[in-house]
Design a protein around this ligand. Structure first.
Ligand SMILES: NC(=O)c1ccc[n+]([C@@H]2O[C@H](COP(=O)([O-])OP(=O)(O)OC[C@H]3O[C@@H](n4cnc5c(N)ncnc54)[C@H](OP(=O)(O)O)[C@@H]3O)[C@@H](O)[C@H]2O)c1
Length: 443
């Protein structure tokens, strides 16, 4: 194979321009590795006149990205527009429907429409690849699809959002609360102007649903991911966790329970802040880094970590997919054919047992502790230790303006009992703000 591998690129933002730079800079290296010269022939974005720090005159310009699906002579199209629906989805459907391979970095689109798109690709004998959609250039999808293909995997855990991890790590280091650290993260470019998808857990949930499909061979429903973000975590919680030997991380976790008697397996998908013991492999993941811990039955636990965003890292993943296409090595999008992915029921998360860190801000008056203890007793949650009781948060932990902070650790209890205890307390006059509950993960 020596003919040029011709590519169309839709989207010339952070990721798209990174792809153009990488292809230019590593042209000879890529030609040697893929056996073909990879060339971008046509590009599309919204604003043709925008300065992008690149010479675009050598590429054909398409105002409409969907034109890249129709243009003659392209071997593949790269989509870096973004968005669950809209022009990205139109382009993906048009390319795959006519048998043109598509490479995308779009986790939202793959989490919501990935199975339908993969079925379209399979029906027309083409490839849909999206390594960049999960952890950017940290090659977790290839690891699952190829390196760990011989393993049964029944659990996967990860730190899948660099912005949240940056914020939690900075809160830990600086003893500052969420809002202050978020402003700093926005100033430094680690958080978007609208951080909702990152700090609310939605971005990690998109990636988790994709990972669950590849790891377990099932069709996760994105709507069934239980999502809780990091906005309610205080510096005081992080400090208390530290005193107990834990750190706080936004952990995305999925596991598959096999049903007795051969019924549909049950899938749990959850993104939430958790306490991790110091020895847990994810506890050491600091700053904007992403990491995924995969438990293979033969390979054992495998930890893969690296940059989870950024122009260069994301371009690296897109180009790895392009090289696979140029070599004729593309594998099924979800490791097995989309049509063969098994349906999975939603597992009963309420039955899962863990110890919990619970934090309350309560009115400073007699009898409040007894009220908390009674709610715990009635919900059958036993308290292992009361770890803080005072008129304010611990030193440097940020102020608790309107009440007293009480934090406690429970003995192991089913999640539904803990929820029940919080529901029992929800209308109480003594509770000044909604409580925070974080499970303690074991290493
Ligand atoms: N940034 C990262 O670190 C990262 C990491 C992993 C995955 N991703 C994913 O990569 C994708 C792109 O992210 P990004 O950060 O590169 O976004 P971005 O900087 O906002 O770039 C988006 C590009 O799409 C173009 N575009 C938007 N609407 C369009 C339309 N209707 N028609 C044609 N072009 C249109 C924009 O054109 P103009 O420039 O003319 O406005 C822009 O060039 C997203 O799916 C994202 O989730 C990003």
């Amino acid at each position: 194979m020596s003919e040029v591998f011709k590519v169309g690129l839709a989207g010339l933002g952070t990721v798209g321009t990174g792809v153009l730079r990488l292809l230019d800079e590593h042209q000879a290296l890529l030609e040697a590795r893929s056996g073909r010269r990879i060339e971008v022939r046509a590009v599309s974005a919204r604003d043709r006149s925008r300065e992008r720090g690149l010479d675009l005159s050598r590429y054909e310009w398409c105002d409409d990205p969907a034109a890249l699906a129709q243009r003659d002579g392209l071997d593949a199209v790269i989509e870096t527009i973004g968005g669950t629906d809209g022009p990205a989805l139109d382009l993906a459907r048009a390319c795959l429907g006519r048998g043109r391979p598509l490479v995308t970095a779009n986790k939202a689109m793959i989490a919501e429409h990935g199975f339908a798109l993969a079925e379209t690709a399979e029906a027309s004998g083409t490839a849909l690849l999206f390594e960049a959609a999960v952890c950017a250039g940290t090659p977790i999808l290839q690891t699952l699809r190829e390196g760990m293909v011989g393993n049964r995997i029944d659990r996967i855990e990860g730190i899948l959002n660099g912005t949240s991890n940056y914020i939690l790590s900075a809160m830990e280091r600086q003893g500052e609360d969420f809002a202050e650290v978020l402003c700093e993260a926005q100033r430094l470019g680690y958080a978007e102007a609208d951080p909702a998808l990152d700090v609310g857990g939605g971005d990690a949930a998109h990636k988790l649903a994709i990972l669950a499909a590849l790891a377990f061979g099932v069709r996760p429903r994105f709507a069934e991911v239980e999502i809780e973000g990091i906005r309610d975590v205080r510096a005081a919680d992080i400090m208390q966790a530290d005193r107990l030997g834990y750190c706080v991380r936004l952990v995305a976790m999925a596991d598959l329970e096999t049903a007795p008697g051969g019924g549909s397996p049950r899938l749990l998908q959850r993104v939430r802040p958790c306490l991790l013991p110091a020895g847990h492999p994810l506890a050491a993941i600091d700053g904007p880094t992403n990491a995924v811990l995969v438990h293979g039955d033969y390979a054992g636990p495998i930890l893969i970590q690296g940059a989870g965003a950024g122009s260069e890292s994301t371009a690296s993943a897109i180009v790895s997919d392009l090289v696979a296409l140029a070599r004729g090595e593309a594998r099924p999008s979800f490791s097995i054919r989309a049509a063969d992915l098994r349906p999975a029921e939603c597992a009963d998360s309420g039955a899962r047992e863990a110890r919990y860190y619970l934090r309350f801000v309560v009115a400073d008056r007699p009898g409040v502790l007894a009220e908390l203890a009674a709610a715990m007793r009635d919900a059958r949650v036993s308290i292992q230790s009361l770890i803080q009781e005072g008129e304010s948060a611990p030193d440097g932990g940020g102020p608790v303006e309107s009440g007293t902070m009480i934090a406690l650790v429970t003995h192991k209890a089913p999640a539904r009992n803990v929820r029940d205890a919080l529901v029992r307390l929800s209308g109480a006059d003594s509770i000044v703000e909604p409580p925070l509950a974080m499970p303690i993960l074991m290493d």
